[in-house]
Design a protein around this ligand. Sequence first.
Ligand SMILES: Nc1ncnc2c1ncn2[C@@H]1O[C@H](COP(=O)(O)OP(=O)(O)OP(=O)(O)O)[C@@H](O)[C@H]1O
Ligand SMILES: [Mg+2]
Ligand SMILES: [Zn+2]
Length: 274
Amino acid sequence: MSGSSGKRNRGEARVLRLDDQVCPHCGRELQAEWDEFPPALQKKYGKPGEWYYHPCTPECEKKNEQREWELMRRDARITALKERSGLSKRMKGYALDNFDHQLSKSAEKAFAKAMDYIMSWKENREDGRGLYFCGDVGTGKTHLAVAVMNELMTRKRVPSLFVTVPELLDNMRGAYNDPGRDIDEWMDSVKNADLLLLDDLGAERANEWVRERIFVIVNHRYREELPTIFTSNIGPRDLAAQLGERTASRIIAMCDWISLEGEDYREAEVRRGL
Ligand SMILES: Nc1ncnc2c1ncn2[C@@H]1O[C@H](COP(=O)(O)OP(=O)(O)OP(=O)(O)O)[C@@H](O)[C@H]1O
Ligand SMILES: [Mg+2]
Ligand SMILES: [Zn+2]
């Protein structure tokens, strides 16, 4: 609430207290003075004047400058995190507040679980707990999973990496067939990201080679207790058949399950547009 009470008397500097202007360092209310512009400047700035806030103590001023600088640095760090996250332009826009959680009962439950996961991030990180979103095509798995990742990057500054499994395997195949190609560094960041989102697990037919590659990553993250978020069309019962017992049992041990059911949102959107 703005408490700019009292009339402005031209040219008269008055001291008054404003409820919403407090020193971010000590919390004291700041004193303000109305600074009336001369007529020429009034026109230039499009306003009759402005409030001038007296700084708190010199010590507070120093702290506040530092705070502002730190906030700027924090913003820059978040931007840098997002740039390195592997998220596409579309996915950078996936957020909790543009996920329609009232779409269905399952969307509602999934959303609540996703929120819980974020709220308990500290414990989840310590225990290496992740999430496994499963469900049919177009039910919002990637959207909600990425929204969790975006939230953790923005609010908790968690260095996160988004990778689709088919792409990951393609890259590995490329390196396998062409030993000159160096993907070690990238693989290292996949294995060791503070938070890894593996999108579309099991989207391709899993032969022995594929299973082994996925096992190496899952096993590393399991052993190091690093949280991983998966999205997949494969339900818990088919996971072992698709990826092998060893991988499945580790994923089951590491993750809370979130299932999303219902119709394909993409299709429904097209229909609504018609
Ligand atoms: N509950 C929702 N609220 C808002 N948008 C949604 C919701 N569910 C899905 N969408 C949108 O529908 C599209 C498909 O969602 P998404 O990509 O998350 O599906 P998916 O379950 O990952 O599908 P696939 O199995 O094909 O990967 C996206 O554009 C997404 O933003
Ligand atoms: Mg998806
Ligand atoms: Zn102060």
